[in-house]
Design a binder for this molecule. Sequence first.
Ligand code: SF4
Length: 387
Amino acid sequence: MPASLDWKNSGFGIYVHWPFCQSKCPYCDFNSHVRPEVNTINWQETYLSELSRYHSETPGRNVDSIFFGGGTPSLMKPSLVSNIIDKISLLWGIKPEAEITLEANPSSVEAEKFMAFKNAGVNRVSIGVQSLIDKDLKQLGRLHSVKEALKAIHIGRQTFEKTSFDLIYARQQQSLKNWEAELNLALSFDPDHLSLYQLTIEPNTAFGRLHKNGKLMGLPNEQTSGELYHTTNSICSLNGLFHYEVSNYAKLGHESIHNKIYWNYGDYVGIGPGAHGRLSNSNGRYATQSHSNPDKWVKSVRKSTGESARTLISKPDQADEMVMMGLRLSSGISKARYQKLSGKKFNEKNLTNLINDDLILVEKGFIRATESGRAVLNSLILSLLSD
Ligand code: SF4
């Protein structure tokens, strides 16, 4: 397979970013904005125009996955979601087995609206539950209650083929015992897929500012975070959820197709404010980035393109990106694919050291990070790629 077709190792997806939320959570550094009103007609025009532009440079492909992320895409009008999916279908064609995911917040879930999203073509919902304790939801600045979260999971499962939900752990004042109880409660709903993220404190957030001033109390130290991570992995595994990516757990066959396109280093179009993409053509593979500011993005699309930057990625850099993304997955990375992209083999001494430290396994031409390796993934990758 020529390098320009390397993306076929993983597939082709489309990410649509909806940048609006009902309020801004204090830990959130996503590109999300609070607006009293959004002009759906203007937004539809810009999304559809960007889709046509990207299609003109990626003809002849079918779509493996579409992901509506945000922000809070469950605030979108179902007619807008439907028109975007129809346009994608018209331009590229959507594979019959494609996954079409929409992120939802429990505070904006109604059975009727979920049914309208389903009728639009959405077949998977990812619900931002975040905690199953009301007091902690308040502390995280979330607008929903546990009761609403459970209702959203119930409606999601009744409506869509696939339902996933997210929880945040390593929260303030959260003991290992409390997290075990909360996770076991989540697992009692028999989810097919769970995303479990540790709370991270990002600088440009309300939590980041409190932390800087020493006012964010009760966060776990590194050792406790490590214990929380390992406990999470064991409890999920005991309950039949396979730890297929650093923060993602699923029953076999229920892994997120869309995210696997990123982690397996496929191609994806990213449209909407702040969206990133990776696109290959006969000249090479490009990283694309869109304007983050919603108004600027809309204006720029009207003029010509919503992109703020487009960079050609050298083949060695593609190989490094493939390693950084692929080692997040339990399936790991292909040595042959790395060699083809980078033009060189992995340093044997690095491999031996990492195997001896029980951080990686090398089997049947693939390198996989062990559980201990995935807990220290950044330093593992640095060691693996060093000369
Ligand atoms: S709902 Fe999600 S995207 Fe919106 S502010 Fe909260 S964490 Fe950020």
